[in-house]
Design a protein around this ligand. Structure first.
Ligand code: C2E
Ligand code: CA
Ligand code: CA
Length: 549
């Protein structure tokens, strides 16, 4: 086997958590198996001749025939791949259910040269993490179910690390794995007496506890965070870890596991993105309101799955500063339910963003908004429909293809669509963002920067990314008629926008006086209660569809 292949094999066997990998030279029938396979199944060694037959001995007698058929087909060149399940015997003599997949690699002349693949131990993969030996995410989800069935309140802490990939990049995966292991031990030492520790996806861990009070967990968390940053060693090396954590206290046992998971992830990302790793606790103060909130999230989440029942869009006009004519509208999401009434998106979007169902809702919003605007572009050819897009939507690789497929399907001109992003999109990698902007621009889709001035990287972001419009947050204009500072700020922003060839739209125009003051600056459009609150499509079209035409 060439040394290049050997190196590649080593790298793969380190990162293939929970998988046993193998590669076989078909001509010589000489193969290499990962160390974890040798140890776990008790194989003679990492390098073996005729491994197919050796492995066959480990397969349950009832499964051997179908295994042999599949392997014979590979060696005789009839088949190019192998994908099957069988029971296999471990070193201890137990049988575990495995999924075995492999492919034949061909040389330049097209002849079969290597056969490689992986064997997944389904039982182990399900409940134990291969690196830390802690109970895994699957085990966690199952235990949450058990906790709910016991009906005793409990707390869940999600704790993980930022910028972990830098550790992998600089020191290698093996050191990365050691670090995870050490961190798991740190958690066991300081939180283990409270309850069980889990290794979740990526670099996250969790603990479920019935006994510890929220304040006690918070105290331990602060200790661990501090220790990981200042006094943490892996294989003798001082290693600096920046830890984040979110905590959810559960006292309603009808919540789905997914709702608990979304709330937990929400707190985790709040801690990571907004609190420099300080613990975020999911509670609105009193325990009861926390409980009602999670319950409502449970209902909202199931509405998404249940055909988006209860969701609808309201629209607010965007008015030209030059002639007071309608330029477009912004779609604003609402959720309505008999028990809760109409709920504002600020209440549920930040939590739903962490949920796997969110992308579906995002596409539903785009679809609805585009369908509702088709009638307007017939009358106002330059009409712009503004749709809010959260960074969690942009992060997905499929975003552009799904969006363009939707525009095609609905025959909607991309130039009439404007996506509103907030400064939070800077949480994404700048290269990814630049590529996204490039693709969106190529299609002709416009991009606005929402809530300008409220975030953390204002000027940097408009220098780096080409926005068509900058929307000034209403914070800067609500007192503009008697605040010289706010007037100077808006003046400054409008000059700045001009430098980068972006238009300025001011939000929160509530009075005629505000509008008049804004007339002194390079502001292209207005949005606010002075013109209209967000209203249903029925009301909006009654007011604007045929107005003046
Ligand atoms: P936003 O994008 O900044 O939307 C403007 C918010 O300001 C809206 O609140 C609107 O009702 C409110 N507003 C408009 N004019 C005035 C005014 O003159 N005075 C005052 N006081 N408020 C005004 P809303 O509808 O509650 O939306 C809140 C936020 O929720 C939005 O802020 C946006 O960030 C998010 N959001 C709304 N719909 C969606 C959506 O479809 N997708 C995503 N990802 N986020 C959404
Ligand atoms: Ca907006
Ligand atoms: Ca805004």
């Amino acid at each position: 086997m060439s040394s290049k292949l050997d190196t590649l094999f080593e790298a793969l066997s380190v990162v293939s958590e929970g998988c046993h990998i193998y590669i076989c030279d078909l001509k010589s029938d000489y193969s290499r198996w990962s160390k974890n396979a040798v140890e776990y199944f008790g194989l003679p060694g990492e390098y073996m001749y005729n491994a197919g037959d050796i492995w066959k001995e480990h397969i349950h007698p009832d499964d051997r025939e179908k295994y042999s058929k599949s392997i014979d087909a590979i060696f005789s060149g009839i088949s190019g791949s192998h994908d099957m399940m069988y029971r296999s015997r471990t070193r201890e003599g137990n049988y575990v259910m495995c999924t075995c997949k492999g492919v034949v690699l061909r040389d330049e002349a097209g002849n079969p040269s290597f056969f490689g693949g992986c064997i997944k131990n389904n039982t182990v993969l399900s409940y134990t993490d291969g690196i830390t030996d802690l109970r895994s995410l699957y085990g966690f989800m199952e235990d949450i179910q058990v906790m709910n069935s016991r009906k005793i309140p409990y707390s869940v802490l999600l704790i993980g690390m930022s910028r972990f990939s830098a550790i992998n990049d600089v020191y290698g995966f093996s050191f990365g794995n050691d670090t995870l292991n050490r961190f798991g031990k740190l958690l066991i030492d300081h939180l283990g007496s409270f309850g069980r520790i889990y290794k979740m996806d990526g670099t996250k861990f969790a603990i479920i506890t019935q006994t510890a009070a929220v304040e006690d967990i918070a105290e331990k968390y602060a200790f661990i965070k501090n220790k990981a940053a200042h006094d943490f060693r892996v294989s003798g090396e001082k290693t600096i870890l920046s830890v984040n954590g979110g905590l959810v206290h559960v006292n309603d046992f009808n919540l789905s596991r997914n709702t608990i998971m979304s709330c937990l992830k929400y707190t985790y990302y709040q801690s990571k993105n907004d609190k420099m790793g300080d613990l975020e606790i999911f509670t609105n103060g009193a325990d009861d309101s926390n409980r009602q909130y999670i319950e409502m999230m449970n209902v909202i989440r199931s509405s998404v799955v249940n055909n988006f029942s209860g969701f609808f869009l309201c629209y607010q006009p965007i008015i030209s500063a030059k002639n007071e004519e309608l330029k477009g509208m912004e779609a604003l999401l609402r959720w309505k339910n008999n028990d809760y009434g109409v709920i504002s998106p600020n209440k549920f979007i930040p939590i739903l963003e962490q949920d796997p169902v969110f992308p579906e809702l995002g596409i539903w919003i785009l679809r609805q908004a585009i369908i509702d605007s088709r009638q307007f572009i017939k009358i106002y050819p330059d009409f712009l429909i503004h749709v809010n897009i959260s960074y969690a939507q942009l992060e997905r690789r499929e975003f552009i293809s799904e969006l363009t497929a939707l525009l095609n399907e609905l025959s909607f001109p991309p130039e009439n669509l404007c996506l509103e992003l907030t400064e939070r999109c800077r949480l994404l990698d700048i290269k990814l963002l630049k590529n996204l902007f490039k693709s969106l621009k190529q299609y002709g889709i416009k991009i606005a920067l929402d809530d300008f001035g409220t975030g953390f990287s204002s000027i940097g972001i408009i220098r780096e990314l080409e926005f068509d419009t900058i929307k000034v947050d209403r914070e800067f204009v609500k007192n503009i008629d008697n605040s010289a500072t706010d007037q100077k700020t808006v003046h400054f922003i409008s000059n700045l926008a001009d430098t980068f060839q972006a238009e300025v739209c001011v939000e929160g125009v509530e009075t005629d006086r505000i509008r008049k003051v804004l007339g002194n600056y390079e502001v292209k459009s207005f949005q606010g209660y002075y013109y209209s609150k967000p209203v249903t499509m029925d009301e909006f079209s009654r007011k604007y569809l045929y107005a003046g035409h």
